[in-house]
Design a protein around this ligand. Structure first.
Ligand code: SF4
Length: 294
């Protein structure tokens, strides 16, 4: 991490600590538990998976690891600060970012910018850092009620530096329009911030490396709702092994957000029949959010 980024990050943390002090906060409570409900025995019971249940994700140019392989190795979500200061202070500051306190818009923008600078210099995943064109941090409304999480940047995203801008992104835009929302209303990011070569699936190690940034973004934005697009996003965020076909259509809890999982737009491009399932999921979300449904 460069001195500039580290200085910015330290400044934000100190400002946060000073604002707590001014507000009369003398100590911090523990980090809220960010975990999905354990699957019920019925959910966990093995069943014969349909093609839709297993939902192959993006077209793979090459892949050494399957989604189920990844799911067998749960990703640790332990935050890493990378800060040269007492770990206790750094962890407390990061805990505050994840504690459900609502931040002013200007502070959200600043903290997202600081995090984005840190991500831009990240080399935790050696292969991805060497092959990426650029990091793809996330885009959208820093005060969004709704956050979309996808898998990882593809070729178009790697080239443009924005998530969901290829064909799958265009389909996502149509879904957003059908919900009578605008892309700017939502915050959009991925499990990974760098493109895996050949569009292969993220490895568990890569997802673990990038988790701090995902949790950092969610901690700053504090969404009420999250949609996980595809099995990679759903299984990683919720630390689940259940297929996407069984995760979809109901809410999970992650921190203060309700999480809905559904099929990835790339899957819909190859399996248009599943569009009706996604629309059913979106109607569940819209009803919960109080959005009008025609
Ligand atoms: S995928 Fe995430 S953790 Fe890995 S190098 Fe990119 S930004 Fe860093």
């Amino acid at each position: 991490m460069s001195e500039t980024v580290e200085t910015d990050l330290r400044r934000v943390i100190l400002q946060t600590l000073e604002s707590w002090h001014a507000a009369g906060i003398s100590h911090l409570t523990s980090i809220p538990v960010l975990e999905a409900p354990a699957p019920t025995p019925a959910e966990a019971a093995p069943t014969s998976a349909t093609a839709a249940d297993t939902e192959p994700t993006r077209p793979q140019e090459s892949s050494t690891e399957t989604t189920s392989d990844m799911a067998k190795k749960p990703v640790a979500a332990k935050p890493q600060t990378g800060l040269d200061q007492p770990a206790e202070v750094a962890e407390q500051a990061q805990a505050e970012l994840r504690s459900g306190k609502s931040l002013p818009q200007a502070q959200r923008i600043t903290e997202l910018q600081v995090l984005q600078q840190k991500v831009a210099q990240c080399t935790r995943c050696t292969e991805l850092a060497e092959t990426r064109t650029q990091t793809v941090f996330g885009v959208g409304n820093p005060e969004a009620r709704l956050v979309f999480i996808g898998e990882a940047p593809g070729a178009d995203e790697d080239a443009q530096g924005e998530p969901f801008v290829g064909k799958a992104g265009q389909l996502l835009n149509k879904i957003i329009e059908a919900m009578k929302l605008k892309r700017e209303d939502i915050y959009i990011c991925n499990i990974l911030r760098c493109r895996p070569p050949g569009n292969r699936l993220p490895s568990p190690e890569e997802a673990g490396h990038c988790r701090e940034y995902l949790d950092g973004q969610l901690g700053i934005i504090q969404p009420e709702y999250i949609v996980c697009w595809g099995s990679c996003a759903a299984q990683n965020l919720l630390n689940e092994t259940t297929s996407i076909g069984k995760l979809r259509g109901r809410f999970f809890q992650y921190g203060g957000a309700q999480v809905l999982c559904t099929y990835h737009p790339s899957y819909l491009l190859r399996n248009p029949a599943a569009k009706k399932d996604v629309w059913e999921d979106m109607k569940i979300l819209m009803k919960e959010m109080g959005l009008p449904i025609d």
